[in-house]
Design a protein around this ligand. Structure first.
Ligand code: NAI
Length: 396
């Protein structure tokens, strides 16, 4: 069938299999163009199908010839109904890994559950023995706790006081004010339960207990800080509380991993258009202004550029991994450069529906958003019939 984008709010209801494949092929080509990195060999990526997790899987496989196991939660296709993009991305990844002679298997299910952890560990034990890198890149609005059975829902709200600031509807380009009421104490607890560090720690405990981690194994989870402009709704909001918890968990996991001389780190990444970030108020306007300036300065990066640089210039240089005073790896260094942040703060002040086309990069935002769902890629014939039912080879 001919597949077109069908937008609803912050999501697109359709995804294009060929376009998603093109996205994966482009990322592989980028990683190959940067040359090999003496990196990990056996990698588990939790949240491997889109965004930073997908790029981590591609960088491991095509930059360092690693065997990879990917865990994700994606909607399979049905006759006449497309899959979610991560499904098609993973199908394309598996095909390309197979062609390159690389081990790759995938598990589609709820990573928060004990069942998926057990299944993943059984697969590691059967096929790879041990893992030397675990990437934890989940972004989810909901988690059912495996012990209590309680379903927690995360919220994106300020803590303590009402927040009002500008935002943009990236479909229409209309800049308006958004007001968000402060969260309750329960909202914080729920958001920490979903996006904090508990599940990461559960994964690492289970892997360690099963002797599925090699000597010197490393694990990385992704975090975000951002500027003061977005602080009330991001870093000092409910999601920021969860990130504080995630960052604190890295130290607890490093303690656990002493048994194998392993280490846990949080890498602070750049703000990028992903399914997770487009749902956060204020962030799309910030990203539009940020992209404009970073592109003009020639320092703009997408997920794959970020993760390739993280592996090549932070994790696998042969020297100690550089961290900030809180022990975090910083690959958001270009976003946070003083000249970039000063420019964004200036343009923020004057951003309106009328000025945004000159001072922001809304077309860049929109195009990245469409790309997430496999639309807008050069070289893909979107008028042609596309087969929506695509299997993922290597799905366990
Ligand atoms: P994303 O939405 O592109 O990817 C989320 C991944 O998690 C997908 O593979 C999805 O299938 C998987 N997933 C979600 N729920 C799951 C479940 N219950 N079981 C198994 N898999 C599940 O998100 P993105 O943006 O790549 O986020 C990944 C991490 O990076 C998050 O911790 C996020 O906070 C962080 N980050 C994101 C930034 C951004 O601007 N997008 C910036 C810095 C950090």
């Amino acid at each position: 069938m001919v597949i077109e984008p069908r937008m609803r709010g912050f999501i697109c209801l359709t995804a294009h299999p060929k376009g998603c494949e093109q996205n994966v092929l482009n990322q592989i080509a980028y990683v190959r163009s940067k040359g090999p990195v003496d990196g990990p060999k056996k990698v588990l990526v939790i949240g491997a199908s889109t965004g930073f997790g997908l790029s981590s899987r591609i960088t491991s496989a095509f930059g360092s010839n690693a065997g990879t196991i990917g865990v994700f939660f994606e909607k399979p296709p049905q006759e006449g109904k497309t899959a979610s993009p991560g499904w098609y991305n993973s199908a394309a990844f598996q095909r390309e890994a197979e062609k390159a002679g690389l081990y790759a298997k995938s598990i589609n299910g709820d990573a928060f559950s004990t069942e998926v952890k057990d299944k993943t560990i059984a697969l590691i034990k059967a096929d790879l023995g041990q893992i030397d890198l675990v990437i934890y890149s989940l972004a989810s609005p909901v988690r059912t706790h495996p012990v209590t059975g309680v379903t927690h829902r995360s919220v994106l709200k300020p803590v303590g006081k009402t927040f009002t600031n500008k935002t943009v509807d990236f479909h229409t380009g209309i800049v308006s004010n958004v007001t968000i009421e402060p969260c309750t104490e329960e909202d914080i607890q729920n958001t920490v339960a979903v996006m904090g560090g508990e599940d990461w720690q559960m994964w690492m405990e289970a892997l360690l207990q099963a002797d599925a981690l090699s000597e010197n194994a490393m694990t990385i989870a992704y975090s975000y800080i951002g500027p003061s402009l977005t602080e009330a709704v991001y870093r000092k909001g409910t999601i920021g509380k969860a990130k504080d918890d995630l960052e604190a968990t890295a130290f607890k996991i490093t303690d656990l991993l002493k048994k194998v001389d392993g280490k846990a780190y949080v890498s602070v990444n750049k703000a990028l258009v992903t399914q997770a970030s487009s749902a956060i108020p204020v962030i799309p306007l910030y990203i539009s202004l940020l992209y404009k300036d970073m592109k003009e300065k020639g320092i703009h990066e997408g997920c794959i550029e970020q993760i390739q640089r993280l592996f090549e210039q932070r994790l696998y240089t042969g020297a100690d991994i550089p961290t900030d005073e809180k022990g975090r790896i910083r690959i958001d260094d270009w976003e946070m450069r003083a000249d970039v942040q000063e420019k964004v703060a200036e343009t923020w002040e004057v951003a309106t529906t009328e000025t945004l086309p000159q001072i922001g990069d809304l077309p860049g935002y929109k195009s990245d958003f469409l790309n997430l769902f496999g639309f807008g890629f050069a070289g893909v014939d979107y008028q042609a019939d596309a087969q929506e039912v695509v299997p993922i080879e290597g799905l366990v």
